[in-house]
Design a protein around this ligand. Structure first.
Ligand code: GCB
Length: 578
């Protein structure tokens, strides 16, 4: 599915703004219109907009509605309604008619509404959202708080993971048009280079009557015209004197793709952005354009006051500003696909992403075939969505599954196989907390591990925590013989709490622990990256170990630095490999 854009042949407008909202708490039919309980913002999570606890923790059916009018000049166009994401599942009705649904939040979906849209009066759009999680959803939820439900069992709402289950229409809603005769459906870009010549391969799917595709890479001499057959075409282009995409020079190219009919008339035009770069794991190094890169940065969340996980360009800009300020070069989109707009910013600003499926805390006590099906589906949708983004350098198929159980082995093999069948240009990983007991590391290029010495184990004792980490890293490498990426470590810290000598929860403790543990990681040549948990404080479900959320942020939830940020800024100013 393409990201929507306005071109010579396509129109685009957004349906964001203020919509009507109601919880589904009667048997009434909502699909043909309903009495609003509230007004709601789109995009936004609905949970923190209102003052009533009942709205905040509401996770079953909710309804959104609004009207829109289409101008008559679009009468002869193909019209598509597109959602950036609705968590966790959506059903969409236009003028009372069910268009379809989508499951697994965090990925986009769209409907061709050409045949049911009206031009002579306003159209009524009603969307049912539902964030009920179960053992068959990814992520799981509502596991009845039983102890087997894992480390976060017993919290409210009932989620086995450590972030608030925000819900609603959290990303943009748009209408775009194409010509009815033909339109470009999908574009897959792959790039490499030989010497100073960049190589671009395009694989595209097309609908309708176009017979030829003309491709030109803007501001270069690269162009090609190819035949379309069976609704598809492929093209290979060379870019002389290529400027690679890199962290310090995130150079982007634009491939203009035009679909033509037999007479040479333009039917569709779309511009696909791309960067020329390679990424691979070789020995104990992650190589970007053939040069070793050490990952320094964070695990993160889409999370902010009031809007929850709703897309907000200002927050995104501020977050990337802080990443640049602190000299980070990367982050993991823990624990789900972030908005398309955020990925685009990373492409533009040269930030490296480890793009993660929304499979956090998969618990094999509860997994069945449906869980695997949902997991494969959303992983496939994520790869399809982000594959053309140069900033995405690695796929992470899951975070902290109970991957020490035999049943996890065939499950994760299928996930790794799916990724490799779709994309052979990026390494694949799975983030584990099972250490020496992990049974699925063999399927992945990099061993990504979450470790909390000095916090969950060996609390308050930095010297012992260092010794523990040193020992564990050596044993893991000896056993698995893979480069190790530390995807999480850190300490909850209340901004403004100080203590000398340092003790848990103080800014001094977070600073000392993080800086000392990094020292140990850097003793080991096989460690390819240090990602601190977390970039910023974030909201969680309620339980007795979280005081107003998770406080492991290097920045506060308001995006101001804690003490450790200043130390990291100095350390990260000098790249580890030169
Ligand atoms: C983890 C999880 C992360 C939690 C973190 C913590 O291992 O991957 O989602 O937020 O620990 O702070 O406990």
């Amino acid at each position: 599915m393409l990201y929507p854009q306005r071109t010579r042949t396509r129109d685009l407008f957004e349906l964001n703004g203020v919509w009507n909202f109601a919880r589904e708490n009667t048997d009434a039919t909502y699909a043909t219109g309903f009495t609003a309980e509230k007004q709601v913002a789109v995009p936004s999570s609905y949970n923190d907009l209102f003052t009533d606890e009942a709205f905040r923790n509401w996770h079953v059916g909710v309804w959104y509605s609004r009207e829109f009018t289409l101008p008559r000049m679009l009468r002869n166009e193909r019209i598509v309604l597109r959602f950036g994401s609705v968590s966790y599942r959506a059903e969409v009705y236009l003028n009372g008619q069910l268009l379809g649904g989508h499951e697994t939040g965090y990925t986009p979906f769209e409907f061709d509404i050409t045949d049911c849209v009206k031009f002579d009066k306003p159209n009524l759009l009603c969307v049912r959202g539902d964030n009920t999680l179960s053992n068959e959803t990814v992520p799981m939820g509502n596991l009845q708080n039983s102890p087997e439900a894992g480390q976060f069992a017993g919290q409210y709402p009932d989620t086995p993971f450590d972030f608030f289950p925000y819900a609603g229409i959290q990303r943009p809603v748009a209408i775009y048009t194409t010509a009815k005769e033909a339109w470009l459906d999908t574009v897959h870009v792959e790039t490499t280079y030989t010497g100073s010549v960049g190589q671009l391969t395009l694989q595209c799917k097309v609908n309708g009557a176009a017979t030829q595709a003309r491709i030109s890479v803007l501001n270069t001499d690269a162009e090609a015209t190819v035949e379309i057959s069976d609704g598809a075409f492929a093209a290979a282009l060379e870019i002389p004197d290529v400027v690679l995409w890199d962290v310090h020079q995130p150079n982007l190219y634009h491939a203009k793709i035009q679909l033509l009919d037999a007479a040479g008339n333009l039917l569709d035009e779309y511009t696909q952005r791309f960067g020329v770069r390679t990424v691979k794991v070789e020995g104990n190094r992650l190589l970007l354009n053939g040069k070793p890169v050490y990952l320094q940065g964070f695990g993160r969340h889409e999370d902010f006051h009031i809007i929850g996980k709703g897309l907000n360009h200002s927050v995104n800009i501020r977050d990337h500003e802080l990443l640049k300020w602190i000299n980070a070069n990367s982050y993991r989109t823990s624990h789900y696909p972030y908005s398309e707009e955020m990925i685009q910013l990373a492409d533009e600003q040269g930030i490296l992403l480890i793009s993660e499926a929304p499979a956090v805390s998969i618990n094999f006590e509860y997994v069945n075939e449906q869980t695997l099906k949902a997991h494969l589906k959303v992983l496939g949708e994520l790869i399809e969505r982000d594959r053309n983004s140069p900033s995405v350098i690695m796929w992470s198929v899951a975070n902290e599954a109970t991957s020490d159980r035999e049943v996890a082995v065939p499950y994760f093999k299928q996930l790794a196989d799916l990724v490799r069948s779709m994309d052979t240009t990026r390494p694949v990983t799975m983030v584990t907390c099972k250490g020496m007991d992990d049974l699925v590391t063999e399927f992945f290029d990099v061993m990504s591990i979450n470790v909390y010495p000095g916090w969950y184990n060996i609390p308050g004792q930095v010297a012992e925590a260092k010794e523990n980490l040193r020992h564990d890293l050596k044993s893991l490498y000896e056993k698995f013989q893979k480069p190790i990426f530390i995807t999480e470590f850190g300490a909850d810290t209340i901004a403004g709490l100080h203590s000398l000598p340092a003790e848990q929860w103080s800014e001094e403790y977070q600073t000392e622990l993080i800086m000392e543990l990094i020292g140990v990681m850097r003793e080991m040549d096989f460690v390819i990256g240090e990602h601190i948990w977390n970039f910023a404080d974030f909201r969680t479900a309620q339980n007795f170990v979280r005081v107003g959320g998770n406080k492991k942020g290097v920045f506060t939830r308001e995006r101001q630095p804690k003490m450790v940020a200043h130390f990291l800024k100095i350390l990260w100013a000098k790249p580890r490999y030169e």
